[in-house]
Write a protein that binds this ligand. Structure first.
Ligand code: ZN
Ligand code: ZN
Length: 114
């Protein structure tokens, strides 16, 4: 069924995912198991090609996203992730929601590979 409002669709998908968390998780786990080799190879290539990215991500693990944070792009408080705008500064992260984060990386993909 088509949705008039794309926001409605987003909420709907989110609700579905919330209700079917187990199913979604099982599915992605299955996919991961099946593609483990490929993922490992991909990780290896990425980590050797972009060691500064790996380092930045490891460093950023220490950073805890404060409870009251919101996405720096859209202001949404849900599903926040850490984003590095400069991997040479591993402790300088932006908090972005999953949607904005993904969108940002899609538009930047060809620049830095991640
Ligand atoms: Zn956002
Ligand atoms: Zn990022």
């Amino acid at each position: 069924m088509p949705y008039k409002n794309p926001e409605d669709q987003k909420i709907n998908v989110r609700n579905w995912q919330r209700k079917n968390k187990k199913r979604v998780n099982a599915k992605s786990l299955k996919w991961k198991n099946k593609n483990r080799k490929h993922i490992a190879i991909y990780d290896k290539i990425r980590n050797t090609r972009f060691p500064e990215i790996l380092k930045a991500h490891n460093e950023a693990r220490k950073i805890i996203i404060p409870k009251e944070s919101i996405c720096e792009i859209c202001g949404c408080p849900d599903r926040l992730e850490k984003h590095h705008s400069d991997y040479s500064k591993p402790l300088e992260v932006k908090f972005l929601c999953k949607d904005c984060h993904m969108r940002l990386h899609k538009s930047k993909e060809f620049e830095n590979g991640r």
